[in-house]
Design a protein around this ligand. Structure first.
Ligand code: URA
Length: 272
């Protein structure tokens, strides 16, 4: 039976999907999932087929891993001599699958000369649409939090501004966390980004930034304690998206903000 899809039916189907929470068409080309099922069934049938006695099982071709993506990322990142060159190298980096589902390569925002640099997790839907980090609800809270200690993205004064980026520049599908492989592949760009921006203080918001730069997670234990990342004083903080879900944690975030303010003013206030 063929169902003719006219304009009204197509619209009703789209509205139904939007009601279910679909916000983006992730791929430019439609995926024929029936063909995929057939391919899988074929592969399973081949694996289940009895082997002819004495015949050698065909050796699968060694997986062609292609170039070492981490080495390539390191080479390209180190070759970039300034932030625009690094942004361009990242934009052109072909090996990370995340880029396939993203609209924009979200590099950074704020004042690159700021003394404070914030590292988040990865772009969400709003960031992907606008091409700037932290512009959705979590980003608005981040701006309010740092405004409370006198810092904004827009200020040209390095003492009164901040610079912000993420561990990965492309939105992970369905806002999942970047995988350890993705983090490892893109880490050389992040390290070079920090090196070129050369902030005095880093703020690592959330577990993923801590995993990428400290090699550990556990933000509720890590937050509020000064540590060092890439030789720079670093303060782990609870992610603003988490604060939106658990507003009671804002008290701790405020203590961390005061510690950051004191550090920037020359004092070294540790809330613990
Ligand atoms: N959350 C992040 O970690 N980064 C963004 O850019 C937006 C939301």
């Amino acid at each position: 039976m063929t169902i003719a899809i006219d304009w009204h039916l197509a619209r009703a189907l789209l509205e139904w999907q939007v009601e279910l929470g679909v916000t983006d068409a992730v791929l430019a080309e439609p995926v024929d999932r029936f063909a995929r099922v057939e391919e899988r069934l074929d592969a399973e049938a081949q694996r289940a087929a009895p082997q002819v006695s004495g015949a050698r099982t065909p050796v699968a071709a060694a997986p062609d891993d292609g170039p070492d993506a981490v080495a390539e990322a390191t080479r390209l990142a180190l070759a970039a001599q300034d932030l625009p060159a690094l942004a361009e190298a990242l934009q052109e980096f072909p090996y990370c699958e995340l880029r396939r589902g993203a609209r924009n390569c979200v590099f950074s925002d704020g004042n690159p000369n700021a003394r404070l640099m914030i590292i988040g997790e990865g772009p969400g839907a709003d960031e992907d649409r606008q091409g700037r980090p932290f512009v959705g609800k979590a980003g608005q809270l981040l701006d309010q939090m740092f405004a409370a200690i006198g810092l904004s993205r827009g200020s040209p004064d390095p003492n009164a501004s901040f610079y912000v980026t993420n561990t990965v520049p492309w939105r992970p599908p369905a806002n999942r966390e970047p995988t350890p492989d993705e983090l490892a592949m893109l880490r050389p760009f992040l390290l070079r980004h920090i090196e070129l921006a050369a902030p005095e203080v880093l703020v690592l918001v959330g577990n993923v930034a801590c995993a990428a730069l400290l090699g550990k997670r556990g933000i509720t234990k890590l937050r509020g304690r000064w540590t060092t990342a890439q030789g720079i004083a670093a303060m782990p903080m609870i992610h603003p998206a988490s604060l939106l879900r658990n507003p009671e944690a804002k008290r701790e975030a405020w203590a961390d903000l005061l510690a950051i303010k004191a550090r920037l003013q020359g004092g070294d206030r540790d809330p613990h």
